[in-house]
Write a protein that binds this ligand. Structure first.
Ligand code: PLP
Length: 412
């Protein structure tokens, strides 16, 4: 029932929607220490590249966020210790209920200082050195980096290509691997970065059933959960069954949704008190659970007043994705973009270029002069793939594709 009304409301919004926010202006980010811009030489060995890699957007944030921050900064000159305020938590709870049908109480939620740091904290809390952690590559690379860096072992359940240019979870192998390897933890990326998959509910129920049977805690990273395109929906893992509620640690944030990754403001929801109480107590003991006053101001403004901005932003990004797909079909057919169901990251299948992976990277970087994420950083299955961040003005995306097209033609 909730899904029906939410879908109906979203269709009404689409019908009524005119683009009133500006996503077309190219904003020069130099001088702001943007990682995307300032780390080009460090990562790519040159700085003359169009930066389309690090997952933030090149769009100005929703004006309500800027207003909330500037009013707090300018209207009072003391920036001292600040209590977490009820209205901040209520804004998160209201948003999750109305957008994603995710119900939780303030007691079931806790601030975490970023999702990757939160994953590190949960990893250290719920597992011991030498324990195993199951991930599903190709996937967001810090899951492997933090696991190995903390002396835990990776157990792999690779995603499968489904034969229709998309990917699915290998549930049969998941069950066997969990039975054989007995991981302590599994990471679900929901929606899945880098491919933009919104997982089918039945698959998530299976994950939850298997995890509960074998005592595996499931971290569900839902940072991309609000960035879902028409015809798809984000279903929070914790909501799919009693099993999921019992095994899940859910991480979410307004940072990707509203382009405020520099203002750290993430949260964790745990429904099961047996997992929640010790973990939240430990976070509190170590004073890791307090948002700062600016993150509270930005988060509350975003969740209370940013819905319309987000709907327009998603429509614009979906337009960019369609543009990329159309352009590649017409001009660079050897590169096949995988259409994401969520988020602004497009997984480019470059296997038909007939190049080695290193030659693909060289083509993008040194010939087309584009900074994209090298697909192999998400796992070996990412060889001959590149990840394209399309959350930039359309003119920038067009320029990137023209450069790529020219570089591909020059290969012959
Ligand atoms: C799946 C996923 N999790 C976490 C993060 C980063 O989260 P944070 O900046 O809160 O550490 C990203 C950023 O790209 C991501 O894609």
């Amino acid at each position: 029932m909730w899904w029906f009304w939410s879908n109906f409301a979203s269709r009404l919004r689409d019908y009524a929607m005119k683009q009133t926010y500006d996503f077309d202006t190219v904003i020069d980010r130099s001088g702001t220490h943007a990682v995307k811009q300032d780390r080009l030489t460090e990562y790519f060995g040159r700085d003359d590249l169009l930066p389309l890699w690090v997952a933030d957007m090149d769009f100005a944030v929703c004006p309500a966020i800027t207003q909330a921050l500037s009013s707090r900064i300018n209207n009072h000159p003391i920036y001292g210790y600040t209590c977490p305020i009820d209205s901040y938590w209520q804004a998160i709870i209201d948003w999750q209920r109305s957008r994603n049908g995710f119900e939780f109480t303030p007691d079931e939620a806790c601030f975490i200082p970023g999702i990757v740091p939160g994953f590190g904290l949960a990893l250290n809390f719920f597992t011991r050195p030498g324990d195993k952690v199951l991930i599903q590559e190709p996937v967001y690379h810090p899951f492997r980096r933090l696991t190995e860096g903390n002396g835990r072992k990776i157990v792999m359940n690779e995603l499968l290509e489904d034969g229709n240019g998309f990917y699915k979870m290998d549930i049969v192998n998941l069950e066997q691997t969990i039975e054989n390897e007995k991981p302590a933890l599994m990471v679900l990326c929901n929606p899945h970065n880098p491919i933009g998959i919104t997982w089918p509910v039945e698959d998530m129920r299976e994950v939850a059933r298997i995890a509960r049977k074998h005592g595996v805690v499931v971290i569900s990273d839902e940072i991309h959960g609000d960035l879902v395109f028409k015809g798809n929906r984000h279903v929070p893992f914790a909501t799919v069954s009693d099993d999921a509620a019992a095994v899940s640690v859910t991480f979410g944030a307004p940072s990707k949704t509203f382009n405020i990754a520099g203002i750290v403001s993430s949260w964790c929801v745990i429904k099961n008190p047996e997992l929640r109480t010790p973990f939240f107590t430990w976070l509190e003991t170590n004073e890791l659970n307090s948002p700062n006053f600016l993150s509270m101001a930005a988060t509350e403004a975003a969740y209370r007043h940013g819905g319309e901005w987000l709907d327009q932003c998603l429509a614009y990004i979906e337009g960019n994705i369609d543009f990329v797909i159309d352009y590649c079909n017409k001009h660079i057919p050897a590169i096949k973009p995988v259409k994401p169901q969520a988020s602004y990251l497009v997984w480019l299948d470059c296997r038909r270029l007939g190049l080695e992976h290193e030659q693909v990277v060289d083509l993008f970087t040194n010939k087309a002069r584009l900074a994209l994420n090298d697909g192999s950083m998400f796992g070996v299955a990412g060889r001959c793939f590149m990840r394209f961040n399309v959350a930039s003005p359309r003119s920038v995306i067009e320029k990137a594709l023209e450069r790529l097209c020219k570089a591909v033609k020059a290969l012959k």
